[in-house]
Design a protein around this ligand. Sequence first.
Ligand SMILES: [Cu+2]
Length: 507
Amino acid sequence: MAPILRSRRPRIALIALGAAVAVTAVGGGGMVAAAVLTEDAPPCEACRGFVTGQLLRDLPSSVSSGGSLSVTLTPKTRTIAIGGRKVSSQTYGPNLMGDAWVVSPGDQLNVNVRNRLPVGYLPAGQWADKWFQPKGGHTNLHVHGMHVSPNAPSDDIFLDVPSGSDYQYQYAIPADHRPGIYWYHPHAHRYADMQTFAGQAGPIVVRGGLDDVPGIGNLRDRSLFIQNTMVVGNTTVASQSEVPSKRVIPVNGQIQPKVDIHPGESQRLRLWNASTERFLQIRPTGGEYWILARDGNTLTHPVRSTLLQMGPGQRLEVLVRAPRIAGQYPLIQTYFDQRPTPFGKQPEVKVATLSVAGPAQTPQPVPQNLSVQEDLRGASIAERRSVTFQQNPGIAEAYVNGKVFASHGRIKTVFRMKLGTTEEWILRNRSPEWHNFHIHINDFQVVARNGKAVTGQPNWQDSVTIPPKESVTIRQRYTDFTGRFVFHCHVLVHEDHGMMAAVEVVP
Ligand SMILES: [Cu+2]
C-alpha cells in the first residue's frame, strides 16, 4: 500500500559520552560508537494509565506433538491485564490474546470452542442498530490464512456456536501446507468486530520454511502480536465508540514494549496485524529491515524496507539488523488518514521500541534465496470477475457489488469457481475510505495495481489493501478443497455491516 507520511519526524539526537563520540573496534572488524541515542517519540494520549516500556514477553504457546494439537478456547468475560492494568473483557484466556498454536504441515489441529459469552451483551458505546441487536452471544472460529477445508468441522464460518454450547473444530492441515504465520479469531457475522476487539484472537505458527534457511533459522526469533483495543475505566469498550487517539495498540498484551537486541545483532521478527481496523505503517527509527514473508508466503528473495506495512489481518516476517550504536529506537506507527471523518484520523504513535544494548555483534549477511514461488502471471485464465467495495455511511451499510451480506437473512453465493482452475479478479474500492480485501482458504497473487502490471518476484498474500478510488488485480488457483466460504473487507466493522460475500468452489 502507498505510504501516507506526514512531514513531522521525531528528532534523533546523538549524545556523545564525554567530549567526543568514542569509536571502538569490535571483533570481526565491526565498529561501534560508544554513544546513546534518544528519540523524541510522539506523545501517546491513549497510553496514560498503562505501564509502558517493559521488556517484550514471549507469547504463551501450545505446541503440537506426535502429529496433533488439541486445545480449548473458552470465550467469556474475565479480568485480564493489559499493559499492567486490570481490565474486564471478553477473551479466550487470561491474556488479551489466546495462546500461540505451533503446528507442522500434516498435523491434525482440534479446537474445542466452549462459548460462555454473556447473552445479550453489547460493549459500552456499541451502537444497538439493526446490525448489532443484542440477540445473544453468538460466536464461531476462523483460522485466517490457513489452506484447510472450508467445510464443517473445519473452517466453516457459516456455523453458529451459540452461548452455552460447545463445538469441536477439526482441522486437517495438508502435508504441503505453507509454513509461516497465521491467526485465529471469531467470524460470526455482526459479532466479529466486537469480539476480536475485545481480545478474542491468537497466533498460529506453521513450522518449517524460514526455520530451515541458514542465517535465519538460527536467529533469535521474536513474536509481536499487534492488536487494537480501548479501555474506559476498568473495561474494554466498543471499537467504534471513540476517536483513534483514545485507542491503544497492544503488542503481546503490553503497551509500547521494548524488543531487546545487541548492537549489530540480527533477529527474526514475526509481526501480526491482529487489529480489527488499523492499517499499520510502522516506521523504524534505527536498524535495517528486510521483509522475508507476507501472509504466510515466504518471499523468493528478501526485500529491504523502511516501512512495515500491514493491513488489518495481515502478517509479515522480517529480519532486523540492529544499529551498531546502543540506544532506544522507537517503531512508530505513522499518521494515517483512513477515512474522511474524525474517526478516520489516526495520530502518529509509538508501537514498540528496539532497545539496543549489550556487547556488539558482528553484522551477518542476509541470506538471499529464501524459497521458490509459483507465478500465475503466465497461467491460462478460466474466468474474469469484478468485485466492488462500496459504502453508504448514512445508513451504516457496506456493500460488495451493491449488495449487503445476508440481505434479509439470506446468504447468496455470488461466484462459483471450478476446482483446479485459475481466475483473475479485479477488486475496486469505490469509496473514500481504505479497505482490505481478504479471501479464505486459497491465497492469491497480486498481478496489477490500477491496471499497471506488478513486476518482480511473485507477490502472494491472503489480504490486500485497496486505497480509496483504486483497484487491485489478483489471480487465484482453487486447489484441494470444494465448498463454500467468503471474501470480505478485513476492517471488521465493514464486514459486520455487510461488506462480505459467499463463494463456492465446485468440482
Ligand atoms: Cu472495508
